[in-house]
Structures are given as C-alpha cells and as structure tokens.
Ligand binder design. Structure first.
Ligand code: AMP
Length: 372
C-alpha cells in the first residue's frame, strides 16, 4: 500500500511514522527546498501547478491524502483527472479554506459560531463594525493560520485605521468571543461511515499559536463531550468525510462555539501518539485506506507543549520525567514550531507538577495551564 501525501511538514512526517508499523509506504509532494519528511520518505519537489510532477507523484499511489488545508484545489482536480483518489474529499478543502463558507456551513448545520460579516471594501468594513461592535477581529477569508492574516480591532481608532488601510482582500469581521477556555475535538470517519472521537482537549494559544494542550480536558463534563461529538458527526456526515477532522471550539457561558474546522490531523492531537489507544495519525491512515478504526480512548492524563522558535537543549528535555520528545528536523526560526514534548502522568496533580517544570524549561511563564 503506497500513500501519496500532499505537504511534507511535521504532520506528514508523523503520518509516515505512524504508517510504517502497518507496512505502509509513503510518497510526498511539496514545493519547498527542505521539508520535515526528507529524511524518512521520498518526495516530489515541484510547484502545485506542475501537472507532470503531479502525475509522477500519483503514479502507482493507492490513495492521496494531505497534511495541510491550503492545498491548491486545482492541483487536486489535476490529480483526480488522472484517476487518483483523494481522501478526505475535495469538498472538505473547499469548505474549510474560506472562513466565510466555513462559518456559513457550520451555521447551516445548526452549529454556533462567533457572529461574523463578510467584508470586501472599506465601506463594508465600516458597516460590519457598526453591526458587530468592538472588539472584533478582521481576518482574511483565505490563507490564514496560526493567527496570520488577522487584526484585532479594540478601539474606534483601531477600526478607523483598519478602514483606511483596507486593501480589498476578501475578509470577514468576527465578534470577539470572551471565551472561558479553548477546546478541540478530533474525530475520525472511516470509509464505512464509522465514527470515533477523541476526548476534548483544552488548548492555550499565545500570539495565535498553540502552545499547550491538555487531555482529558479538566472540568469537561460528559454533556460537553457529547455536544462536541454530535457536532463533529454532523460535520463529517455532511461532507461524506473520510479521515481525521478537527473542530476548534471556544467555551463561552458553558456552551461550545465553533471557531474553525481543520480537515486533517491536528497539533492538539499530538498527545495521542503516546497517550491514546490509537493515535490520530494511525486512525487517519486506517480511515483513508479502508481499515477498521482504532479505539480513541486516552490512557492516563496528558499534556503537550509545543517547542516554538529556539528549543531548549535535547538533553534538558530528555531529562524530564515522563517526557516524550519529538523534534521535527526544522531549523529554529521565530514563531516556528520545531518540535513538541508530550508528558504522561497517572493523575492530574502529578501532571500539574511535571507541566510546571516543562513550561519553565521551555520559557513559557504565563497562562494558567493548571486544572481549574
Ligand atoms: P484562528 O486562526 O481563527 O484559529 O485564530 C487563532 C486564535 O485567535 C484562536 O485560537 C483564539 O485564541 C483567537 N481568536 C480567533 N478568533 C477569535 C474570536 N472570534 N474571539 C476570540 N478569540 C479569537
């Protein structure tokens, strides 16, 4: 079984590492000079517009999947025209690549989101600010991730400056949700329609970048887990989805408000490599190759901390009790995720202590990542 993967970043690398024990083989496609998969799998290095390179990539591959949601849709169409099978399906990319269609899709399924308005002009931004009020967040409709392409408008002066500077990029204005916590649910749907969901994860961001995840999320009750799973099921079924899909949530006044969908394996699910009966990566591969899905249960309590920028020495990380260290083979750069550390513990108290130590080593001093 040979899997073709569009994108050769760390998510692709972890997919391959999960697939090798199952006897799977991988071929990647990525235009960048150096990518995380280069030392573990063959890669076609070419532009997504290069139809011949796409054909070479797809030749002999059983199924094509992807590890980032901004895959150019035309490249997928070119692959499908050559008879390649893409899973998750193209419609999932179509919906999730555009923040406007994504929110309309979620609302259409009865899933709450932040209030929003489409913005295409300076005048449109002025009336969106008048309708939604401040604070609000102006986001480009496309190509935004890790907080990129976003501006928070807190004051009238911010709004006036954004209106004056607006360059016509199709955008949306979102009301700020004064959330109590951020959570995510990772769900998987198999080729036969079977669905499994991982326990809700609690996430802490800094400057729009995920820094820490914990699971089982402290103080999540069974009803909230059930709500998240019910919503995930509706999304998966509406898209006739196959593979792993993540929904990011805000918890506000005891209810879940959807932030966004990621039609792929997700950073908040890295703990599943060591922490769940079956990892999100293995379950994605099982789904897209038609295998039965594995159990999603958490084994113990877990925290995951991203290594962003220049990481501490490997020796220091490896000396932490219960730490599983993952380095992605990337050169350190500001705001770049270069690895992560997953901590395992038998109970919450022990996890709190280990996590405090890890956060100190990594240099994250702020943010209440404890249980309450
Ligand atoms: P995004 O790229 O849309 O996932 O946004 C990155 C992060 O910005 C989120 O994880 C939140 O911490 C914050 N954020 C984005 N949109 C909102 C919103 N409407 N209300 C409050 N916080 C937000």
């Amino acid at each position: 079984m040979i899997l073709g993967v569009l994108g050769g970043g760390q998510l692709g690398r972890m997919l391959a590492l999960a697939g090798y024990p199952l006897g799977m083989r991988f071929r990647f496609f990525d235009p960048a000079d150096e990518v995380c998969v280069d030392d573990i799998a063959p890669r076609v290095r070419a532009a997504y517009e290069d139809v011949d390179a796409l054909a070479q990539f797809a030749d002999g591959v059983d199924v094509v999947t992807y590890e980032f949601e901004n895959v150019p849709v035309d490249a997928v169409r070119a692959l499908e025209a050559r008879g390649a099978r893409l899973l998750p399906p193209l419609v999932a990319l179509d919906v999730s690549q555009d923040r406007l269609t994504e929110k309309q899709f979620l609302n259409g399924l009865g899933i709450a989101t932040a209030p929003f308005a489409a913005v295409d002009s300076a005048e449109g931004l002025r009336s969106a600010v008048a309708t939604l009020g401040l604070p609000a967040i102006l986001k480009t409709r496309r190509m935004g991730y890790d907080g990129k392409g976003q501006a928070v408008l807190r004051s009238d002066a911010d709004a006036e400056a954004a209106i004056a500077a607006f360059d016509g990029t199709p955008s949306i204005l979102e009301g700020v949700v004064p959330f109590a916590r951020e959570l995510s649910v990772i769900a998987v749907r198999g080729l036969d329609g079977a669905v499994v969901c991982y326990p809700l994860v609690q996430n802490w961001h800094h400057d729009g970048i995920l820094r820490v995840s914990r699971t089982p999320s402290p103080v999540v009750n069974a009803l909230m887990q059930a709500d998240a799973e019910y919503a995930a099921r509706r999304v998966l079924e509406a898209l006739d989805y196959v593979g792993v899909l993540t929904i990011e949530w805000f918890e506000h006044e005891g209810r879940l408000v959807a932030n966004e969908i990621a039609p792929r394996v997700h950073n908040s699910g890295h703990w599943t490599i060591e922490g769940a009966a079956t990892s999100q990566f293995e379950n994605h591969l099982r789904a897209v190759t038609g295998l039965p899905l594995g159990l999603p249960q958490a084994l113990g309590v877990w925290a995951m901390v991203n290594l962003v920028g220049t990481p501490p020495p490997l020796e220091t990380l490896a000396s932490l009790s219960g730490a599983h260290v993952h380095m992605y083979g990337k050169a350190p750069r500001t705001s770049r995720k270069v690895g992560h550390v997953t901590l395992c513990a038998v109970d919450e108290g022990y996890l709190d202590a280990r996590l405090a130590e890890l956060l100190h080593v990594v240099g994250i001093e702020t943010g209440n990542t404890a249980r309450a």
